[in-house]
Design a protein around this ligand. Structure first.
Ligand SMILES: *Cc1c(COP(=O)(O)O)cnc(C)c1O
Length: 418
């Protein structure tokens, strides 16, 4: 069972809202540090382990800085993300650059910062060689094709790498290593991301086993021993109360078992890297929104001041996010509501047919697990302005870390008739 206790109570949310009106995403500094520390501890058996937090999940500098200060690096995929990494001080090998369909300027910036370029394709080698030269440290992204499945009592994982646009085939990987070596690369890494938001402790160990075998194959075929293996993202978080939390220590041990089977006789053993976004941050952010309208037709509706523009996962994926009516945690959940935003899209619902306590206008609602892939996926449909972000600090104080958008922001790109 998932723990549905929220890190913020009504008094704290009202205290923030009195200075910084709803809606906003609030992040829990203590929880972020705890997850980052647990992850580092779970892989402490591996010398050189490092988590490169996936910037796309939460591209907010104040959050990234907390992670950097907790021994993490950053994983970037675009020019903007590289610039954010640069601004918060994640230069050199504190940044991975795992991009795809990459524009020239992005490669040039990554090289300039000394970020580790993770080649998504064989053809990108010539591109980088011509643009800025092959760096000494390189990484290649692997796609095994076919189906990838894991049967496990804690949950099954199934995805189809054969349909995914990312990475190179095994043959291309071999050719890429040979070519990169001939162009001056001296330190090599291997990367793969085969399934997203997995609900099984067996995903990472299964992925690790597969990649470790590829590392041995690459050594046989090219003579290159990889220096690091990047297991990337994909460890999920539970969303529904009846789902279970992932056990990061069991996951770390599972990877270790696969590791010990293969690298015993390597003098320089490969470092394990991760690029987790969701696992580290999703439970440590909540969308705080106020009930502003009610409606009674064929169903009971509560309208709130946030919309899918602020947090799109329920509208886009139909994903469940737990709702707490702050201050009414222990009231009977004897009403059934749809909780909606104001977009002219019927998918703009944070909850559908959800048993909840009686909600009155003015009540504060918290949507759980909004810390990753949440605010970052927001958009401006219907001219809705995206919400701001607040950090709830360990000492109980709070800080606004991103203001809300204004109408001036929204209109700023218009060039005619305005
Ligand atoms: C999105 C992404 C991640 C993070 O994925 P999570 O599901 O948040 O763990 C890591 N690496 C790459 C290359 C990604 O595209």
């Amino acid at each position: 069972m998932k723990d549905t206790t929220l890190f913020i109570d009504k008094a704290t949310a009202e205290r923030i809202a009195s200075e910084f009106p709803t809606p906003f995403i609030v992040y829990d500094e203590r929880g972020i540090k705890r997850r980052a520390k647990d992850l580092n501890a779970a892989f402490s058996w591996n010398e050189g382990f490092r988590e490169y937090f996936a910037v796309k999940a939460t591209p907010t500098p104040a959050i990234l800085k907390i992670l950097l200060d907790t021994d993490c690096g950053l994983d970037c995929a675009t020019l903007a993300e590289l610039i954010i990494a640069e601004r918060v001080g994640a230069v050199g090998e504190l940044s991975m650059f795992s991009s795809n369909c990459t524009p020239d300027e992005d490669f040039i910036k990554a090289k300039e910062l000394g970020a580790v370029i993770n080649f998504d394709d064989f053809t990108h080698i010539d591109v980088v060689e011509q643009l800025c030269g092959i760096p000494q440290t390189v990484c290649c992204r692997f796609n095994p094709g076919g189906n990838f499945g894991v049967d496990d009592p804690s949950g099954n994982v199934m995805d189809i790498p054969g349909d995914a646009k990312y990475g190179m085939t095994e043959r291309q990987l071999i050719d890429a290593f040979v070519k990169l070596k001939s162009l001056g690369a001296t330190r090599f890494g291997l990367h793969a991301f085969l399934a997203s938001n997995t609900q099984s402790d067996a995903y990472y160990p299964a992925l690790a086993g597969l990649m470790f075998d590829v590392a041995l194959l690459l050594e046989r075929e090219t003579g290159v021993r990889v220096s690091f293996i990047n297991l990337s993202g994909g460890i999920g978080v539970p969303h529904r109360p009846e789902e279970n939390e992932r056990d990061i220590f069991a996951i770390g041990e599972g990877v270790r078992r696969e590791y010990d089977k293969r690298f015993a006789d390597w003098e320089q053993k490969p470092a394990i890297l991760t690029e987790l976004g969701r696992y580290v941050l999703a439970p440590n952010g909540a969308l705080i929104t106020r009930a502003i309208r009610e409606k009674h037709i064929y169903k009971e509706y509560i309208g709130v001041d946030a919309s899918a523009a602020d947090f799109i996962r329920p509208a886009m994926y139909g994903s469940y996010h737990h709702v707490t009516v702050l201050g009414k945690e222990n009231d009977p959940h004897d009403k059934t509501y749809d909780i909606t935003g104001g977009l002219c899209e019927n998918s703009d619902k944070f909850a559908v047919d959800r048993p909840l306590p009686t909600i009155e206008n003015g009540d504060l609602l918290a949507l759980h697990d909004c810390g990753a892939h949440g605010k970052a996926m927001g958009y401006n449909y219907n001219g809705k302005l995206r919400c701001g972000e607040v950090l709830l600090k360990e000492n109980g104080s709070f800080e606004v870390i991103r203001r809300k958008e204004t109408l001036a922001d929204y209109f700023a790109t218009i060039e005619k008739y305005f």
